[in-house]
Design a protein around this ligand. Structure first.
Ligand code: NAP
Length: 192
């Protein structure tokens, strides 16, 4: 059976997803714990596809998942990661991995590459409200999802909150946010 290819991304309403210093300028514990983790751990070994710069932001591989990294540098090696030379090889490895879903987890170059190359089944977009940090044009990494042919099927809202002192590693939600899921409109796709 053909696997589903999904993009999962968090962004502001100005399409900011990160900064040139390879960091994400917000902390949203609930997005990570209640959205990213459960969706990307549905089965052991589920494939995640990322760019080399996103791989470098990780302390180690995301456990229980197949961590596939796209890079033009074919000599790279890191324990727990599978390096591939392009998007075709990434999809080959992902298709041979467990589960029925492939998650494209960024960053901007890889989202754009996948959006322009393959049909994306679902976009899982976390939209941060009232983001108030300022960055210059040069500092910002942006990604604009192409949602034409997709329709909104789910919205879940989360409020800004302080860290829970009883929970280790809880950083709270620095901003209120909503998680929107857009699904490929197969009715429309089959008509046109
Ligand atoms: N908000 C979110 O949900 C989210 C998610 C993920 C990442 N981010 C943020 O996004 C930023 C990183 O994004 P980015 O766009 O700079 O980098 P990226 O997409 O993570 O990685 C870019 C790298 O991927 C490789 N690559 C790109 N196109 C390729 C192709 N056609 N063939 C082979 N390799 C290719 C290249 O690696 P080589 O240079 O090694 O060849 C390139 O330097 C960071 O700030 C990160 O924190 C945000």
């Amino acid at each position: 059976m053909k696997k589903q290819l999904n993009i999962i991304v968090a962004m502001t309403d100005k399409y900011l997803i990160g900064t040139i210093s390879n960091s994400i300028p917000w902390a949203l514990t609930d997005d990570f714990i209640k959205n990213f983790v459960p969706k990307t751990t549905e089965v052991v070994g589920i494939p995640l596809i990322m760019g080399r710069k996103t791989e470098q932001t990780l302390k180690g591989p995301l456990v229980g998942r197949t961590n596939i990294v796209i890079s033009r540098n074919t000599t790279l090696k890191r324990e727990g990661f599978i390096f591939v030379k392009d998007e075709i090889e990434a999809m080959k490895v992902a298709n041979e991995s467990p589960g029925e879903t492939i998650w494209c987890i960024g960053g901007a170059e890889i989202y754009k590459l996948f959006q322009n190359t393959f049909a994306i089944d679902e976009y899982h977009i976390t939209i941060i409200k009232d983001f108030d940090k300022k960055f210059s044009k040069e500092e910002m990494i942006l990604f604009a999802p192409n949602l034409s042919g997709h329709r909104l099927i789910e919205t879940v809202e989360f409020e800004k909150r302080d860290p829970d002192p009883n929970k280790k590693r809880d950083r709270g939600n620095e901003y209120s946010f909503k998680i929107c899921v857009f699904k490929k409109d197969t009715f429309k796709a089959s008509l046109f």
